[in-house]
Design a protein around this ligand. Sequence first.
Ligand SMILES: Nc1ncnc2c1ncn2[C@@H]1O[C@H](COP(=O)(O)OP(=O)(O)OP(=O)(O)O)[C@@H](O)[C@H]1O
Ligand SMILES: [Mg+2]
Length: 428
Amino acid sequence: MSKKINDMLNPKQIDFMLADDKVINLLTGSVRSGKTYVSLLKWAIFVATMPENSEFLMTGKTITSLKRNCLGLLQDLVGNNFTYSTSQKIGLLFGRKIWLEGANDERAESKIRGMTLAGAYVDELTQIPFEFYSMLLSRLSVKGAKLYATTNPDSPTHWVKEMIIDNDEIEKAIWTFTFDDNEILKRENEDYFNNLKQQYQSMGGVFYERFILGLWVMAEGIIYKQFANNPDMFIRDEAVDKNGNKINFLIVSIGIDYGASQSSTAFKCTGITPYFKEVWTLDEVKLEGVHTPEQFYEEFVKFYYKIVKKYNKCTHAFADYGSLGQVITFGLNRYLQQHNVPLQVQDCVKGQIIERIELDCQLFAQGRRFILKDCKHLINAYKQAVWEDGKIDTRLDDNSYDVDSLDAHEYSIFSFYDKLVTDIKPYY
Ligand SMILES: Nc1ncnc2c1ncn2[C@@H]1O[C@H](COP(=O)(O)OP(=O)(O)OP(=O)(O)O)[C@@H](O)[C@H]1O
Ligand SMILES: [Mg+2]
């Protein structure tokens, strides 16, 4: 019997399954450590044992992320005892009603204000505003109601750490999972397990400590450790493949960061290879000093034609927005139209800084990131970038190095985030 359970669950997961639940049950720790799997299993059993007419909530950063991370897996675990519709934001688990909600902003708490819940499941708890969490706790008014949540660690001053993990005044069970706890993954997919671990090891710093060791640590010191320690691994003379053939990029994208008084406008051109496999910084321009909008438009068009001549295309451009950014982009698009330039500049997708940084670090770690040697501003920025002391996940931005170059580069690729992110280096 025990051998069978060991085949089905990791020892850490068995401990969790056998433990008495508290009002708040939080599973924190490394990526791929088995938190979601086992917490959904226990959630399903909990829901099935509560009164039939009670109602429950499952929530995550967005309904889409909830579906991606949890709903499919829950179905795998309990079969057709769980059915759901994300458009109607409702599901049925062992005949009990489960509301499905995204909780990505402060206003989200109004969505659950009137509910009376017998239980809640939260995916990626650190991504949820504290206001939503406190409203959720106040809705858990049915006798025996419980909260189950999973999360990767964040900074030690995050509300999840301060208000739940370190708070001795609440009834809670905190479970910490590390990457090595997922023994089944290691046994059944050893290559994947080792690759992923090695990748995070080479990313180093905060990413390794939080996502493999499962620690709540500050982001400190040099950001792009891999690049800073070994830039030659990623710098290339020209955009050619392993056989010396010129690369035919799928996407050639320009990122624009508008300069204000203390900084200056940066263009970064990035090539993305087919299947979103590699990301190459191909060219850059730094416009120093103050320019009139007209001068700026001319410089952009010059850059555009330089790129098109060299790489046969320029498929996208993404610009910073905010303050007067959108006005300049509007003027730029009109100028492009008037001059028959077949390009529409779009607002960039900004995301969180740490997500943008993690994407680049992951690309470096997977050997998918290259920079042409003439892109000196970006190369220097990668070498010098540091986390800001005492601030949560903040990249220092005090003019001591060229943050604009990093921003412009990130704008050029961040719209393709979902396609670029993969667990481990893709092989095609
Ligand atoms: N007991 C198990 N039996 C089989 N597969 C498992 C088991 N536990 C976890 N897995 C698998 O291991 C992988 C990682 O598990 P899971 O998604 O639960 O990790 P996680 O800790 O939630 O990770 P993340 O922090 O990245 O969300 C998944 O593919 C999952 O299906
Ligand atoms: Mg998970």
